[in-house]
Design a protein around this ligand. Structure first.
Ligand SMILES: NC(=O)c1ccc[n+]([C@@H]2O[C@H](COP(=O)([O-])OP(=O)(O)OC[C@H]3O[C@@H](n4cnc5c(N)ncnc54)[C@H](O)[C@@H]3O)[C@@H](O)[C@H]2O)c1
Length: 378
């Protein structure tokens, strides 16, 4: 697929970027930054410094280091791309805020709600922008579905259906301590349901089960599931139905459907080309669909980079805020509660949800205030 070159039309200034983490997603973002004329990575860190060096050499990044603090405190860095494992995100965001650096953070902002709120507050207090990298919002296919809904092309929205299946399950060690299927995987779909519905969710019902790698059955809570089905109810009883599974033998499966009163819009899987084969015993696409997130969402990663750079250059709000990241986490946690307790969970049951009162401009309040309020309400 021909990729667009990412250029912010009105840009006057090149954003100097520091990248933390040279793993899978770190490389994806270096790739995206390489096609963005308005942002230039100038330093990258990874504790195994040889990984940082290899990435720096491949993508022409002039400096590399083992220490993330060198990136955060580099005098020439304007914005930091956090691509480290999730457990480091909150502290690294807070350090960026302290150093006055804007932050582009891979999902999740943090693995826990109080830390997420602290990280968001730190950025707000330091007046630096924070972006949660929920890249599906920037995928041209999903974006077109949202555009159709917003423009009323399918009439009044009635139902949303999302399907997300990975090609094969991750290793046991990844699943263990990884937060479970809702926080680690379905978080993208939960966010997408909210993005497409364009309103705040009311309640959620989820079930999970294990069918593929049975060894994970010994893990706690949603870590024991490799398959899940979720219903999210929005205003007026409208629902989004989500099904996720860690294995699809035919590859990475990412589809969405929105039914309205005038019609329906759907987006299918993406293929590297449109060639189709017609044989005696087969008709269909000549090649398999894109096989995982690195190739399937390549354009989305570029578009989210472009959108954040534009926000930095033109001083616009973050195109996917910390509060959006918090809401996605809240939805994932609520899905886990629902599956464990076998019941609908109302979002009003989760005190942190009160941090997001308005979908566009969530007001984050102090986590200590939440805790006090929660105790008071017992
Ligand atoms: N948006 C998406 O589609 C998507 C896809 C994959 C991963 N992610 C997110 O990206 C993050 C990283 O995932 P990954 O798949 O690249 O993992 P990974 O294990 O491939 O890479 C992480 C890298 O960070 C390095 N690292 C460890 N501690 C560090 C520290 N303190 N500072 C800097 N670097 C450190 C590791 O050595 C490794 O090279 C996770 O938070 C994950 O949730 C998002």
């Amino acid at each position: 697929m021909e990729l667009h070159h990412c250029r912010v039309e009105t840009s006057m200034k090149v954003i100097n970027v520091g990248v933390i983490g040279a793993g899978r997603i770190g490389i994806v973002h270096l790739e995206a930054l390489a096609s963005c004329a308005d942002a230039k990575p100038i330093i990258i860190s990874n504790p195994t410094v040889s990984k940082a060096q290899a990435a720096a050499e491949k993508y022409n990044v002039p400096e590399w280091t083992a220490n993330a603090d060198d990136v955060i405190n580099h005098p020439d860095v304007d914005a930091v791309w956090i691509c480290s494992p999730s457990s480091f995100h909150a502290d690294q965001i807070k350090a960026c805020a302290k150093a006055g650096k804007h932050v582009f953070c891979e999902k999740p902002i943090a693995t826990d709600m109080a830390e997420t709120i602290e990280a968001i507050n730190a950025c707000a207090a330091a007046n630096v922008k924070l972006m949660t990298a929920l890249q599906r919002r920037f995928d041209p296919n999903f974006a077109r579905v949202r555009q159709a809904i917003e423009a009323g092309e399918v009439g009044e929205l009635v139902q949303v259906k999302l399907c997300s299946r990975d090609p094969s399950p991750p290793p046991f060690q990844y699943v263990k301590g990884g937060g479970g299927i809702f926080c680690d995987m379905a978080v993208h779909d939960l966010d997408m349901s909210r993005f497409l519905m364009g309103s705040e969710p009311k309640k959620i019902l989820a079930v999970g089960s294990c069918h593929i790698d049975k060894s994970i059955k010994t893990l706690p809570g949603p870590e024991a599931y490799d398959t899940a089905t979720i219903i999210v109810e929005y205003e007026g009883g409208r629902t989004a139905t989500i099904d996720v599974c860690r294995q699809a033998p035919y590859g990475y499966d990412q589809r969405a459907e929105a039914l309205g009163t005038k019609g329906m819009i759907l987006t299918d899987n993406m293929y590297p080309n449109t060639a189709r084969l017609y044989l005696k015993d087969f008709t269909g696409n000549a090649d398999m669909p894109f096989d995982f997130f690195m190739s399937r969402y390549k354009e989305a990663y570029i578009q989210e980079t472009l959108a954040f750079c534009k926000a930095l250059v033109e001083d616009l709000p973050s195109p996917c805020s910390g509060e959006d990241g918090l809401m996605a986490l809240i939805m994932s946690v609520a899905a886990g509660m629902s599956a464990e307790q076998n019941r609908w969970v109302e979002f009003s049951e989760i005190p942190e949800v009160r941090a997001c009162t308005d979908p566009a401009h969530c007001k984050i309040i102090d986590p200590i205030e939440f805790a006090l309020e929660a105790t008071h309400n017992l």
